[in-house]
Design a protein around this ligand. Structure first.
Ligand SMILES: Nc1ncnc2c1ncn2[C@@H]1O[C@H](COP(=O)(O)OP(=O)(O)O)[C@@H](O)[C@H]1O
Ligand SMILES: [Mg+2]
Length: 483
């Protein structure tokens, strides 16, 4: 969850960074191009003005070039106008010899000036523009060469130029601002993306929580709330609901099958038992047959017990095992079970004792189920306690609950076995099979746990091998019988 959120945020931020970068680059290049266009326009304007000045002066004066010291140059009156130009301006004769310079062009050193006049040397002279690089600190310049053919035979053309630094000043400023702002934008976008991802993934979190609550096995009838949005979340919820429905169906058919099978087995078992019992009391039955009939009867009883336990558990799973709850004095039940324990213990050589309060312990419970639960625990205690041991049955009335403890001094349970003892058909020592010295089916504690939980209570166990075990059932006073 957290990783999807982080991944989404990362991708979102990266995508935005790329977009911002591409946008910024495009903007920068476009701005630069536009600045150069503006520069070219300015140069062209200046060149046209100078050309017109020269040609008009020529048509008025008839002569604009003077030759002093063998070097031809523009008349001072003419060049004074041109000197004021704020860009580099060079007027040359047809051979590329310089006739006049603007003030700023005069500041150039010899090599720079020579490089700048180079475009005027290429004959025949035509109007063209381009870029030149001059020695630092001027750097590259944008220039425009214009042919001047109507200002007398001595004037050939002129060149105007200006450093591109001027033009790129705007865009490079832009670049710097963008570099400053971009991290802020990305940080903001990252936070926004993180929040957005969290918001859009929240329904998934909700669905996960709901599924968690449902998949405890007893809530398969529950369904997820399908959002009305009709988006992916709605489809996900609907899909999970479909899966839950199929799961519920297969679970319930499994439970139904177990319940039906156990139910169907009950009648034939009863008929079988009646038949074997009748044969046992028949006077003509030979003694060796009697013994095998005895064993058969024991097996039939065992099987009847399994079938009945299975039926109970299957009905509980189906939710078809309602509790017949009534107000009961638990002391009666405990005394009753203790009496049975006394009889069972006597034949096993185990002492059974019980302690309980003097006051009645009233609680709304299903008497038969609680009795069954206590009998399960007590028979286990006696079964797994060697001769000479003690089984203690204790009833306690607490403020908000009633606890019943069955403690024995028997063989105990290995720590590794403790988590399994409430599982169906689980037995610590299956080798001592069903009819051996400790017969059993492994269903008793599963039923005991179900009965405790059906009353809203719980069962816990403490045990150490060789030191005995202690099973404690806690029944809450408030919720008794609610489940
Ligand atoms: N009081 C106990 N002392 C030692 N082991 C016990 C005790 N109660 C239960 N167990 C262990 O838990 C297993 C499951 O008990 P249970 O479900 O009642 O089946 P069963 O009594 O038919 O064997 C038993 O097989 C036994 O190994
Ligand atoms: Mg048992």
């Amino acid at each position: 969850m957290a990783t999807i959120r982080r991944r989404l945020t990362l991708w979102y931020t990266v995508a935005l960074a790329v977009t911002v970068l591409a946008f910024g680059t495009a903007l920068y290049l476009e701005r630069r191009q536009a600045s150069i266009r503006e520069l070219d326009q300015r140069l062209s304007l200046e060149a046209d003005l100078a050309q017109r000045w020269l040609s008009q002066s020529y048509s008025v004066l008839g002569r604009i070039v003077t030759t002093s010291n063998l070097k031809p140059s523009l008349d001072p009156g003419i060049s004074a106008y041109l000197e004021a130009t704020r860009d580099y301006l060079i007027v040359a004769d047809t051979g590329g010899q310089v006739l006049g310079l603007s003030d700023i062009a005069r500041t150039l050193n010899a090599p720079a000036l020579e490089r700048l006049t180079a475009p005027l040397d290429t004959l025949p002279l035509t109007r063209h523009s381009g870029e030149l690089s001059l020695p630092p600190p001027i750097g590259s310049v944008r220039y425009l060469v214009v042919l001047v053919d109507n200002a007398g035979p001595l004037v050939g053309g002129l060149l105007v130029a200006t450093p591109t630094k001027q033009a790129s000043f705007g865009p490079s400023d832009l670049l710097r601002s963008m570099l400053l702002i971009a991290p802020l934008i990305l940080l903001g976008a990252g936070l926004l993306g993180y929040w957005l991802a969290g918001t859009s993934l929240r329904p998934v979190q909700g669905i996960m929580d709901e599924v968690d609550a449902i998949s405890d096995g007893t809530s398969l009838h529950r369904r997820l709330a399908v959002p009305l949005s009709g988006d992916e979340m709605a489809r996900l919820a609907a899909t999970v609901n479909g899966m839950l429905a199929r799961l519920e169906q297969s679970f319930s058919s499994l439970h139904r099958f177990t319940a039906d099978a156990s139910h169907e087995l009950k009648t034939p078992l009863m008929v079988l038992r009646a038949g074997v019992e009748r044969a046992l009391v028949h006077p003509g039955t030979p003694s060796e047959i009697l013994q095998s009939l005895d064993e058969t009867l024991a097996q039939i009883n065992q099987m009847t017990e399994i079938v009945e336990n299975l039926l109970t558990l299957a009905r509980a799973d189906e939710g078809r095992a309602p509790l017949a709850v009534e107000e009961t004095d638990l002391r009666e039940l405990v005394a009753d079970v203790a009496e049975t324990a006394g009889m069972l213990g006597e034949s096993a050589g185990v002492t059974a004792v019980h302690t309980m309060p003097d006051e009645p312990v009233r609680l709304a419970v299903d008497r038969h189920r609680i009795r069954e639960m206590l009998l399960n625990m007590v028979t286990n205690a006696i079964k797994y306690t060697p001769q000479g041991g003690t089984v203690t049955l204790r009833l306690e009335d607490n403020a908000d609950s009633v606890t019943i403890t069955v403690r024995d001094t028997g063989i105990g349970i290995a720590p590794g076995d403790l988590p399994h003892i409430f599982e169906r058909f689980w037995r610590a020592d299956p080798a001592r099979s069903r009819t051996g010295e400790r017969p059993g089916t492994g269903l008793g504690l599963a039923i005991t746990k179900w009965i405790a939980e059906a009353h809203g209570g719980s069962i816990t166990v403490q045990s150490r091998p060789g030191r005995g075990s202690s099973f404690t059932v806690r029944l809450p006073k408030m919720e008794a019988g609610v489940t």
